[in-house]
Design a protein around this ligand. Structure first.
Ligand code: AMP
Ligand code: ZN
Length: 497
């Protein structure tokens, strides 16, 4: 028997059986990228991790509303509460409109998600598209007494909130330490406490990203957008909220506070955090200058890489590590992943070519049937144990041993019960394609393959073996390629007939 689907909840620090509020619907929110630069492999790891969760929930039969936002305003340099907007800064640097920056890097993000076969979310809202809702939530927080205005900016009152609620419970921080461990406010500061965070900031003179509000021409705080969009599309309390581990504090801690203060309910039931991709043990980050970009990986054009690696190799490498563990990117891991991925896809090609047959002369092998069912169970056990993809893949490789056995004639298909055979085939295909999201990367060097065939064609022509000549011509035509006999050479072109 398979155990139920359990996920690790950052909020309770426990693996918990997943129970949606309103099954079969599942509401899932993942913090999307701040689109001021190309996404790096670290960002990609986190989004791929949540793609697996999304896919597995669908596989389990849930209907998932998956919201992943685009942060296009409010995320300030150094994740601070003062200073330049990351997008505004980039726009000035590159002499672009802020929304041009947003579009450029959103396009890049989408391209990368597609090439890795990550599914698009159900809704992809942006912060700038929800200004009215953000202003409304600030008004609610002011009215409830959890926020205050100073000089046209509005801040969340953490001390006030912590009188009735537990600020710090998500990230495991102690409110007294947070309140006492801060620098002295110098009287110039607009905040009452250093850990208070901005809900609305009045724009300074040079700040280009600004909107009108009841308090000032300004812009919303970074933490607000996710509370607002999560609530708008998934409700005041929804099932799952995810993001990278580095967002746990302050971003998600602030979201918990905003949602709770506003609605007096827990905003999220399961908080999930994906761990960091590292380079030589250090977090991959734009600011540390150790980023590897997807295109650099696919072309091999980065000093840290020995060679190019394909998108599916990267996907396989991600799945060899658990999403809550850090993962160090290395040539060794990628080379092993490349082999693993090919083995898995060879299995897929084999299994798709199998069909069931009965033979009264061959007895059913009860032990083998039982073994196969138990391997299938192990695949689910892996996924049900907080998405342990490495265990699930090990299970699939065990299944592959049986599939190879059939291919080599060591296992006779009629020795399997039809139900077991179908389950084996369906599990392998659905896990590889639907749950883990692998696609077959076809060989790129089609042109060299055609040249080899044309060499054969030329030799057949010289030997006047016209049957073979016609055969090659016919087969290439089926593939959409026509052979052209020129005076002094043989060429090919795409068939136009
Ligand atoms: P950002 O664009 O910086 O907001 O990041 C987008 C997502 O990538 C967030 O969920 C981050 O937590 C995540 N992220 C950033 N750096 C890394 C990293 N080195 N490894 C894994 N995830 C990361
Ligand atoms: Zn967020």
């Amino acid at each position: 028997m398979q155990p139920p689907f359990k996920i690790y909840n950052t909020l309770t620090r426990k693996k918990e059986v997943f129970k949606p509020i309103n099954p079969p619907l599942v509401g899932m929110y993942v913090c999307g990228p701040t689109v001021y630069n190309y996404v790096h492999l670290g960002n990609v790891r986190t989004f791929t991790g949540f793609d697996i969760l999304y896919r597995y929930l669908l596989h389990l039969g849930y209907k998932v509303r998956y919201v992943r936002n685009i942060t296009d305003v409010g995320h300030l340099v150094d994740d601070a509460d003062d200073g330049e907007d990351k997008i505004g800064k980039k726009a000035k640097l590159d002499n672009l409109e802020p929304m041009e920056v947003v579009q450029k890097y959103t396009n890049d993000f989408h391209d990368v998600m597609n090439i890795l076969n990550n599914k698009a979310p159900s809704i992809e809202p942006s912060a700038t598209g929800h200004m009215i809702e953000q202003i409304k939530m600030i008004e609610d927080l002011l009215e409830k007494g959890f926020a205050y205005e100073t000089n046209g900016s509005v801040y969340f009152d953490v001390r006030k909130y912590s009188e009735s609620h537990e600020y710090g419970k998500l990230s495991g921080r102690n409110i007294d330490e947070l309140l006492s461990g801060q620098r002295e406010l110098d009287g110039q500061d607009e905040k009452r406490e250093n850990i208070d965070f901005a809900l609305w900031k009045k724009a300074t003179k040079g700040h280009i990203m600004r909107w009108p509000s009841p308090w000032s021409d300004g812009f919303p705080g970074w933490h607000l957008e996710c509370s607002v969009m999560g609530q708008k599309y998934l409700g005041k309390t929804f099932d799952i909220h995810g993001g990278g581990m580095d967002l746990k504090f302050p971003h998600h801690e602030c979201e918990v506070a905003q949602g709770t203060a506003c609605n007096d309910v827990e905003p999220v039931n399961y908080w999930m955090h994906a761990n960091m991709l590292t380079v030589n043990g250090q977090k991959m980050s734009k600011s540390l200058n150790n980023s590897i970009l997807p295109n650099e990986l696919f072309s091999g054009n980065n000093p840290l890489l020995d060679q190019a690696y394909s998108p599916m190799t990267l996907r396989f490498a991600f799945m060899q590590a658990h999403y809550r563990s850090t993962m160090d990117i290395s040539n060794e891991a990628l080379k092993a992943a490349s082999k693993g991925y090919r083995k898995m896809i060879n299995g897929l090609r084999l299994v798709k070519g199998l069909s069931y047959s009965e033979d009264s002369a061959i007895e059913k092998d009860a032990k083998l049937n039982k073994q196969i069912l138990s391997i299938i169970d192990s695949v689910y056990r892996g996924m049900n144990d907080d998405l342990n993809t490495a265990v699930a893949i090990a299970g699939l490789f065990n299944l592959l041993k049986k599939i190879n056995g059939i291919h080599l004639g060591q296992i006779k298909i009629p020795a399997l019960e039809k139900e077991v055979f179908d389950k084996m085939v369906n599990t392998y295909i659905s896990f590889v394609e639907d749950v883990l999201g692998f696609i077959e990367e076809k060989p790129q060097n089609l042109e060299s393959a055609i040249e080899i065939v044309l060499q054969d064609y030329k030799e057949a022509k010289e030997a006047k073996d016209y049957d073979k000549v016609d055969l090659i011509r016919g087969q290439l035509k089926v593939m959409g390629i026509s052979v052209k006999d020129m005076k002094d050479r043989i060429e090919w072109a795409y068939d136009e007939q």
